[in-house]
Design a protein around this ligand. Structure first.
Ligand code: DON
Length: 622
């Protein structure tokens, strides 16, 4: 499809969706109540930082709903978690009411009008990786300010102004807060300082030394930007002095390996015309739960539904029962248990790996921004294709699987999970892409810019920073949104009432992390905290190797290699960082979990907040 056709189709779709959205949410209908689906006893929040969790719980306690609380948390993260919390990035949010239609907001960054993938190539025609990962050409038009504003306007409770919700963030930026072990850990390496522009170095490395744990970080410029935005709405960010500062910062920033700076890469029109796209969430079913998740330009939701669909049809319960029985016999014989997960056989993990491999093969071939390319969502989720994929999973690893073929004729992200006591859920993932994004801090405005444009497939079979390859479906074009792996998801019991609110950072490992937590919870019947804590593996089709976190039973790993033919690698990094809220039954009290892989915190209203489990380890979340 040509870009012009795409834009006109996109324009019409946008108007229709905007009108529908306005009708559905500006004057929210009184909440539908259904006696079969009692509301949860309390609200709950899980985020990547205790201050953000506190701010969101305070909003819930004061009568705000899940959308209000998620917005307050996201703005606090922009201050206290600059690795990923942001104004200069983008993301996706789902609003899933207790009963009724779910909504999805796409505030992914867009490529500027000047976008041209040739600018990332060296003289020999091969991509210069640094150009899409740092420097001005890595930066897409930020979507977060517009996205948070829209979420509040469309789905908030109307009890708080946007400025009310921004107050805790402004206060933290103005008065300062104590740097936690996680931020100190992420600032410490010399390579991080080297990536930062002069404004970022001045803020985070005063006197040339990284801010240490416990040091107070004050961000008066960010406080001012937040105040302007809070009081003036998105136009105070996308035009006027904040926009001017952003444009000037890019002009002053050198392009890696080239003479000049990024003048003209993003201009005033690019910023002034940025729009949030309301989208219809993807919906599927797994074990009696409706899975509500993000459609393209995220690949995450589609991949998750493919993986769950393939696995749903395999004899998971029989395999678990067989594995439990085999371990019980071993124990009776007095053998030391060979694994902490007696229900998780090597055959089951083999199925998980092969399902992920097949989903990622389709991702590489077919997925991109649906406003620019025809993404065959229906075909990729069709029962026939899922069944064909399932049947193709044999007893051994199959690295050479291909993608769906049309018929001839024809490092760093952060997630917020909120559930309010009325049963409304928000699952919001936002990112700068890499840790601290492009490392470019806008002088005078105090926020980091993303390096999201590395998520485009900038040249055929040239992997991005996550090793992902893509096709022309994800090629760069002006105004286009790069394909994402972010997978905000909400599971609803019987199609109503949130049962699980979940999401994660981790690039492509977002998809495998969420799939594994769902499989452990819903198939292996592990409690949510154990399911989140359990070690994870990751498979993304290319490369064909499956990577494992530390902690898997050696006997299971050797069986995967020797009996099933998998190539495996043990990673010393951790995979993903889940923020989850689980409601065992409608009307129950939720359980909120912040992944011990990160420094986040989870809380249930009127209950003590979980504190970060431990300081960051060497291989802590990217
Ligand atoms: O949208 C995406 O898929 C990536 N930009 C996300 C990056 C990410 O999760 C890094 N976090 N650890």
């Amino acid at each position: 499809m040509t870009a012009t056709r795409a834009r006109s189709r996109y324009g019409v779709a946008l108007c229709v969706l905007a009108v529908l959205a306005a009708a559905a949410c500006r004057n929210p209908a009184p909440l539908q109540r259904d006696p079969r689906w009692p509301e949860p006893q309390r609200g709950a929040v899980a985020t990547a930082h205790p201050r953000a969790t506190q701010a969101a719980i305070a909003v819930l306690d004061a009568g705000g709903n899940a959308a209000d609380a998620a917005v307050a948390a996201a703005l606090v993260l922009a201050v206290v978690h600059p690795q990923a919390g942001n104004l200069g990035g983008g993301g996706f949010a789902l609003f899933v009411p207790h009963v009724g239609e779910a909504r999805a907001f796409d505030f992914r960054e867009t490529a500027p009008r000047a976008a041209d993938s040739r600018r990332y190539l060296g003289p020999d025609g091969t991509p210069i990786a640094a150009r899409s990962r740092e420097g001005p050409l890595s930066v897409g038009i930020p979507g977060t300010p517009a996205g948070l504003y829209e979420l509040h306007k469309a789905c908030g409770s109307n009890r708080f102004s946007f400025a009310d919700l921004a107050r805790p963030a402004i206060e933290l930026a103005q008065s300062g807060f104590a740097i936690d072990a996680w931020l100190a850990h992420d600032l410490a390496p010399a390579r991080v300082r080297e990536r930062f522009n002069p404004a970022a170095r001045a803020l985070f490395y005063p006197g040339g030394l990284a801010l240490a744990e416990g040091a107070t970080l004050r961000q008066p410029e960010l406080a001012q930007t937040l105040s302007l935005f809070a009081n003036g709405g998105p136009s105070a960010f996308y035009s006027g002095r904040v926009a001017e500062a952003l444009i000037a910062e890019l002009a002053a920033t050198p392009i890696p390996g080239a003479g000049g700076g990024g003048g003209g890469w993003i201009d005033a029109v690019d910023l002034a015309t940025y729009r949030v796209v309301p989208r219809a969430p993807l919906r599927g079913w797994f074990r009696g739960f409706e899975v509500v998740t993000m459609p393209p330009p995220s690949s995450g939701g589609l991949m998750l539904l493919q993986v769950l669909g393939m696995l749903e049809g395999l004899p998971l319960d029989a395999e678990r029962a067989r594995s439990l029985a085999a371990h019980a016999i071993e124990r009776q014989k007095g053998a030391r248990p060979s694994t902490d997960d007696p229900g998780l056989s090597e055959r089951m993990v083999h199925w998980w790996i092969e399902a992920l491999r097949r989903a990622f093969a389709d991702r590489a071939a077919h997925l991109g921004d649906p406003d620019f390319v025809d993404v065959p969502v229906a075909q990729l989720l069709s029962p026939a294709w899922i069944a064909e994929r399932r049947i193709s999973i044999g007893e051994s690893a199959e690295p050479a699987v291909g993608a769906w073929a049309p018929p001839r004729e024809g490092n760093e992200t952060t997630h917020i999970s909120v559930l309010d006591a009325r049963g409304n859920a928000v699952s919001l993932t936002t990112t700068l892409n890499g840790n601290f994004g492009s490392g470019i801090l806008v002088r005078g405005a105090g926020f980091f810019l993303n390096n999201e444009l590395d998520d485009f497939a900038l040249a055929p079979s040239s992997p991005n920073q996550f090793g992902l390859v893509g096709s022309s479906a994800n090629a760069m074009a002006p105004g286009k949104r790069p394909l994402s792996s972010m997978t905000p998801a909400v599971l609803r019991a019987g199609g109503h009432a949130a049962a699980l609110v979940i999401g994660s950072p981790g690039g492509p490992r977002i998809i495998s992390s969420i799939a594994q937590v769902l499989l452990r919870t819903l198939v292996l019947e592990e409690p949510i905290d154990l399911a989140v804590r359990a070690p994870r593996m990751h498979q993304q089709w290319s490369p064909s190797t499956t990577r494992f976190e530390a902690g898997w039973a050696p006997s299971l790993l050797s069986a995967l290699q020797n009996r099933r033919g998998h190539t495996i690698e043990i990673d010393n990094e951790t995979f993903g960082c889940i923020e989850a809220i689980w409601l065992a039954d409608p009307g129950a009290e939720p359980v909120a979990v912040s992944d011990p892989r990160g420094g986040g915190a989870a809380a249930v209203q009127k209950r003590a907040m979980s504190t970060p489990a431990r300081p960051p380890a060497a291989g802590a979340a990217p």
